[in-house]
Design a binder for this molecule. Sequence first.
Ligand code: F6R
Length: 616
Amino acid sequence: MRVTLIFMCGIVGYVGEEPALPFMMDGLKRLEYRGYDSAGIAVVENGAIEIVKKAGKLEVLEKALVGHESTGTCGIGHTRWATHGGPNDANAHPHTDCSGRIAIIHNGIIENFLELRDRLREDGHELRSETDTEAIAHLIESEMVGNLTAAVRKALAQVTGAFSIAVVSADEPGLVVAAKRTSPLIVGVGAGGTMLASDPTALLPITREMVHILDDQVVEIRADGYRITTLEGADAEGQAITVEGDLVAVEKGGYDDFMLKEIYEQPAAVRDTLRGRTHDGGRIVMDELRLNERDVRNIDKVFVVACGTAFHAGLVAKYAIEHWTRLPVEIEIASEFRYRDPILDRDTLVVAVSQSGETIDTLEAVRHAREQHAKILTVSNTVGSSIPRESDGVLYMRAGPEIGVAATKTFTTQITALEILALWLAQVRGSLYAKECAEIVEEMHRLPELIRRALECRPAVKRIADDIASCRDVLFIGRHVGYPSALEGALKLKEISYLHAEGYAAGELKHGPIALIEEGVPVIAIANRCHVYEKVISNIQEVKARGANVIAVVTEGDTEAARHADSVIEVPETENELLAPIVTAVPLQLLAYEVAKVRGNDVDQPRNLAKSVTVE
Ligand code: F6R
């Protein structure tokens, strides 16, 4: 079975006859390949809960546990990929209630956590971290009249969002209560006990026979097995799976490479980017931005600074911010920004885009902008990284860790986050009617499904990849937001296939690059239905007349474009064309992937490239 799961955090739980700690640490180590920012464990022992948690890699936690005699046979463990609150000891999981007798770990995003935290504080609870998770520990405490399972059910009834949680109580040793909505949760029984985890890899040492807990189910694990019920308490069943293959194959969730897995994670990743940021009626909620609305209304110019793929996402954002807010936007490659003396002041908004949050060129651009008193807002995937720390506000993409060096899900979630930001600016500045904003937001929520459908183009892409894998040059062309899509398509192909590829604004082709066209040169045209569609068709005809092999990315069912191209790849239509790059990215990523595979390249670690570029 192929599993597409997206993990923000890794969770494990164990109840058995032997000490829980070695099982949990082994499980956490098996989850570590995804890279984490903090880790922690809780063991129920001698009528109390002992917690050790540390910011940093798992080895920091391991060091803290040296000499630690732990005999408790029931516990939970966590590796964190921060989404709310920076990566420090206090925000590391497990979190406890006020009494310290309930401990919880969580993977996912609680959407109504601000409201829950306010209410809990009013009721006298003392919250010690900035996380969304801690609120659930206190909710369970306030619902604790009967047993732990009943309190967990009542607490979860008040929670919206995505979660897989595991909870222990000092008063009920020998029991871990876990529950799931959206985020993955798996249970397995071995010779020495029962384990749960967010990822099958963590359970491999005890069993290959596992059960996926389904949405809105609760599972109680004990030394002799587990019991699944619904959130309401009725008996239920999960979905049994047998995990095959070696550890590396399991880490890749059944995909051949991390890059492919991450391409397929995009529906879930984009959904997580949007989660909790829009209200019914289309209002954008940006509590996390820390920019005051008066300052936002005074902004008179926007700069977007970024590198590589993030720059291409930023170029889409330029079109969106200008169209929706009517603010002038300049986009600049971060490594060039500070060397050309850009004109900035306190009414300038600089939007830095960096999935890693560590790219030195982007960081230096931000520092330069700060010196000129501009307001800095960062879109990043890495909580607590350097660029967000030096910014006035930050919007996290929540794409989960990306292991493939070539950016895929971080590209589409960057655009999603930037477009949400653009709509928020428009909302604060009153440049869009509420109804218009609501329509766009509604369509944004359809994006995960549109991406899922776009992924169905893989067989068509594979056939085309076989054809172009032996070519010398490949050109990508597009207009309007099809232009950044073309740039990104070319970059992806270059990075992992090592073919020479260039992206051009389709109208610019005749000003020089058209000289490159000769018989059979592949030209990938972004030709989905939009206000410049006819123009792109004309550009296709220009290259076709000179012998190009035209592959057009078109809107589903478009027979007109198909008449002019040699082959077509269909993608679903977005009514708002500014959202189209999020969908058209999919066939371009798959094309780069398939060409690289035909050429026998290592797609996850292409030569000469690093995931985070921290040298100028
Ligand atoms: C391309 C790629 C790079 C990065 C660039 C910026 O696949 O990954 O072009 O986009 O190095 O990285 P971040 O977003 O971390 O600043």
